[in-house]
Ligand binder design. Sequence first.
Ligand SMILES: Nc1nc2c(ncn2[C@@H]2O[C@H](COP(=O)(O)OP(=O)(O)OP(=O)(O)O)[C@@H](O)[C@H]2O)c(=O)[nH]1
Ligand SMILES: [Mg+2]
Length: 355
Amino acid sequence: MAHLVMIGGFLGAGKTTLMLRVARRLAKQGRRVALVTNDQAPDMVDTRLARLAKFPVAEVSGGCICCRFDEFAGEVGGLARDLNPDVVLVEPVGSCTDLAATVLRPLLRFLPELSVAPHTVVIDPAVWLQMKQRPSMPPETAYIFEKQFAEADILLLNKSDVTPQPSMEIVRAEVDAQVPRAQILPVSARTGAGIGAWCDRVIASQGSGRSIDVDYATYGKGEQWMGWLNATLDLQTGSSPRWNHTLSEFMQALCRALSEAGESPAHLKCLLSSGSLIATGNATLGAPSPDLRILQAGRSSRKAELVINLRIGLPPRCLRPAVAAAIGSLRNTEGTFLTERSFAPAQPVPRHHMA
Ligand SMILES: Nc1nc2c(ncn2[C@@H]2O[C@H](COP(=O)(O)OP(=O)(O)OP(=O)(O)O)[C@@H](O)[C@H]2O)c(=O)[nH]1
Ligand SMILES: [Mg+2]
């Protein structure tokens, strides 16, 4: 019987980093693992990262898994039938909430052969503190953030490797006061600190989150505050390629332009591949200066593919021009859009609701 572990939490909290770390850990223990990724549109960085890590992955795109429940349940059922996994790890869209009522409980009804792990929600403590001390989001978006952790069985205070201990303690005390029955664990998805204990617990136990009241008009408004852009570009350089520098220049130029327009990204994630070189770049609310990483070092060519996923509190019509201007500012590099979608998420209308 497959055991489904859902990892929720706000944009940029560290869900994908955690999911891939846990998938590797479980695979090392000899367990068969499959992943499900989810976004409002295709061309997802997270799906590519999962494929690069060589895990079987099903992607649900074009809406959150509560609104696309039938497709989601079909993918989970398909993975269970075809691969007989011990564990299915699921990452919902980072602007989604009410997942216990609209996804976990309906899953238990429609796929009774599954077991479901306690609902885990990841928090970036820096974003928590920002939300409380100098909120940059409208109250409707902060409402989603609050509802996400209110329905959790387990809350992971992530990024313990870079969060000062006093901040960690403040957030822990506040979270404990707000969600007194949830288990709170400090972890680092990046270094692995604390992950073993959480993983052993969710693999060995069952749960389906807590019932919460959600006002869907407020929830919808909170999601629609954000502009979403998923794009793929073909890059070509006229000089010897230094793609990691190009990615850094691009992200800095884009973050500067977005900040001049009045906002920092909730999450900007980029994946650049050329030959056997693969590099990623992330900018989040908690760490707005880009975090660049070489996933795979290797020979590159003069051509590269760049996948961009941007979520930010700006109107969608501003996003493509901002990306195009940042590409246009690169030295010796031309970019052509291969795919591009920019939009505001639609009002969430879950297929099922089981409080
Ligand atoms: N320092 C540190 N950085 C982390 C940790 N976990 C994740 N990150 C970084 O946080 C950024 C966002 O991580 P993701 O795993 O992509 O976050 P996510 O929650 O999947 O984001 P969305 O899919 O957009 O909702 C990346 O730059 C990660 O490297 C951590 O434990 N410590
Ligand atoms: Mg992710």
